[in-house]
Write a protein that binds this ligand. Structure first.
Ligand SMILES: [Fe+2]
Length: 295
């Protein structure tokens, strides 16, 4: 007699599971779950884990979940170091050549920073070498964009963010471009830093030869009415970790020169008694309507 329900075998189990998980009325969830079963089964067929190894994987995921709370998100960190966060970002932001590329926001952005006048210092009292970031905000045709908001956040000169210092309103600020599109930020130069290594992601990284450092960078979220906003970083050219960024965030157009200047007159008109850095970068935004058509 023919079987109405086939016996489960190594060869038919994947098809059976995909068929069962096709029984979902929401089309997007059905697509996601069928692909998840297909790739998860493919992974197991490729690796052929022992039951003990499979339990090790489950234990790692369990510990990763237990490491998550409102201040620490170990799953996002895992997504970052596996390159998945940047892949999702790349798929979400397919920008035309010439527009400022996006990168991941990361876990350290805090909304509601203070607004600073052009050239004012957002790093007052922070350790580090003074650093001026200047340039334009413009569109793809070179037209200046006045009134664009530049929301910045970064480490101080010792590699620590506000959350790690336990301070408030530290190493972050909002600037606006002037009517001619120009902007001047005064801050201190960031330095490279390690991802948190005291959790299951760190445990895994320590079994590899993979660098767990990010190169020095300043985070920017740039937005203006009528334009597609961009969340990105500027990276310091020559940083020792630039080619091995642990979260795969570096894109060539975002690597900028931190030019060392002798003490003297700075771009904001101040006279500095110590040497400082000068960084020049033009943010190029895509018109919002174009972005919507491409989506
Ligand atoms: Fe960062």
């Amino acid at each position: 007699m023919p079987q109405t329900t086939p016996y489960v075998t190594e060869s038919n189990l994947t098809d059976l599971a995909i068929e069962r998980w096709s029984n979902i009325s929401d089309p997007r969830l059905r697509q996601v779950m069928m692909a998840m079963i297909k790739h998860l089964h493919g992974f197991v067929r490729d690796v052929e884990p022992t039951p003990q190894e499979w339990f090790t994987a489950i234990d790692w995921l369990t510990r990763t979940g237990k490491m998550c709370d409102d201040k620490r998100q170990e799953f996002i960190l895992a997504s970052d170091v596996f390159g998945v966060s940047m892949l999702v970002d790349a798929i979400t932001n397919r920008l035309p050549t010439g527009a400022t590329p996006s990168t991941v926001e990361g876990p350290f952005h805090i909304p509601g920073s203070d607004t600073f006048e052009t050239g004012a210092n957002m790093a007052s009292g922070a350790p580090g070498i003074a650093c001026f970031v200047t340039g334009m905000v413009r569109d793809l045709d070179g037209k200046p964009i006045g009134g664009a908001m530049l929301d910045l956040w970064q480490t101080d000169g010792e590699g620590l963010y506000e959350a790690q210092r336990g301070k408030d309103k530290y190493m972050r600020g909002i600037y606006y471009s002037k009517p001619d599109g120009s902007y001047i930020v005064r801050t201190v130069a960031p330095i490279g830093y390690t991802i948190p290594m005291d959790g299951p992601v760190g445990d895994l990284m320590s079994k590899t030869k993979i660098s767990h450092f990010r190169p020095a960078h300043i985070h920017f979220a740039v937005s203006a009415a009528g334009y597609k906003p961009v969340v990105t970083h500027l990276f310091q050219r020559g940083d020792q970790y630039i080619e091995t960024d642990v979260v795969f965030g570096v894109k060539e157009p975002l690597i900028v020169d931190f030019k060392k200047k002798a003490s003297g007159k700075a771009p904001n008109g101040e006279t500095l008694s110590e040497p400082f850095y000068e960084v020049t970068y033009d943010f190029v935004l895509q018109k919002a309507a174009k972005a919507q058509r491409a989506a």
